[in-house]
Design a protein around this ligand. Sequence first.
Ligand code: URA
Length: 418
Amino acid sequence: MIDIIEKKKLGKSLSEEDIEYVVKGIVSKEIPDYQTASLLMAIYFQGMDIVETTHLTLAMANSGDRADLSAIGGVKVDKHSTGGVGDATTMIVTPLVAACGGTVAKMSGRGLGHTGGTLDKLTSIPNMKIQFTSDEFIDLVSKTHLAVVGQSGNLAPADKILYSLRDVTATVNNISLISSSIMSKKIAGGCDALVLDVKYGSGSFMKTIEEAQKLADIMVGIGKGAGVETRAILSKMDQPLGTHIGNALEVREIISVLKGKNKESRLLAVSLELGANMLVLSKLAEDVEHGKKMMLEAIDSGAGYRKLCEFIKAQGGDVSAIDNPDKLPTARRQVVVTSDSSGTIVRMDTEAIGRSAMLLGAGRATKQDEIDPAVGIVMQCQLGDRISVGDVLCTIHVNDEQNLDEATTMFEKSIILE
Ligand code: URA
C-alpha cells in the first residue's frame, strides 16, 4: 500500500492490479483507513486518467453483490442525477417512461446535505416500501415495468467505505472519485442502459458547465467500458429545479406535473429531456424529439399518472394520498417570507436554499439524522423576477421551530437582488 500511495503521490498511473489490491484490501479491512485516506488525498491532487477511473469503478462494482436483471425481458433502463435541490425528476420521468413501454429498474439513494434523495420523497407517501429482496424487485419490475427501491446492503461496499472517508477528509469533490462512485453503483445495479443528469451551478457539485461536461464525458466513457449504454445531459442548478423543496411537498409537485397542470415548469422540461433519452436507449423512440412527444402524450392521456399510482400501489403505498394529497404529511405552520428590498433576482445560492430546507428538517446533515417528511420550502420567485418590497419570496412549511429563524435568514440571504 505504501508503494501505491507513493506512486500516486508522484503523479504516476495506478495499474489494474494496484487498484484491485486497494479495493479488496479496503473491503476486507486489511488496509487501514489512514492509508486509504492518504491515497484519496494523493488521488485528489494528482487525479486519475480514464483508464484508472474505469478500473476503480469496475473494482468497486465487483466489490459486493451485482443485481442480475437478466430474468426481465427488454432493455432495463436507469437514470441518475448528480444531485440537486427541488429535483424530483425521478418520480416524473420513471412513470412516464414506463407508461411509454420502457422498463425501469431503479435503485435510488437517500438525500444528504443540501441535496434531496428519491427514497425520502417516496417514503413520505404513507406505507410506501422501498426495501425488497432481489427476487421481489425482479417481480415488481416484471409486473409493473417500474420499481424504485433502496440499494441492497452489499451493493458496491467499497464505495460506502470510500465515500465515508472522502466525506471526512475533504476529498469528495474530485471528478474521478465522483464518477467512479456513481458509476460503480449503477453498474452493480444491473441496468443495460443509463441516462445521467449532470447538474451544474450553485446547487451542485460542479459549479461550471465545463466541469459538468468533463464529469459527464468521464461517466459516459466508463459506461461504455462497462458495456452499459450511457448518455448524459447537462442541466442547470442555478436555482431550485422545482418550486417545491422537501419530501411530501415535492410529491405534491410531481402529482401536479403528471396531471398536466404544470406544463411550463423547469422540472418537466428536464424530465422530458431525460425520459426521451431513456426511450431512445430503450429503442422505443426514434430520437429525443419523438421521445418527448410520447411522454407529453402520456401526460395528456393520464397514462403517466396511472403508472405512478400503479407503481406506488405495487410497493405498498397508499394511493389515496396521491389522489388526495391532503392525506400526505402536512406541516403544522406555514410562514410567508417577504422581501425587504427591491430589484431583479440576478442570482440564487441554491446550495444555501437546500441547506435552509435541511435546517427545517427536510434533509440530513449526517446519515443518522431523521427527516421530517412534511417540512420544506415552496418557492414563489425565480431568477429574473422583478421584486418589490413586501413581495412574497417563498412559504416555509415548518413543524419544529427551533431552527426557523436561522433557516429564514439563510433563505433570505440566498436571493440576490440587483
Ligand atoms: N453521488 C455519489 O454517489 N457519489 C459521489 O461521489 C457524489 C455524488
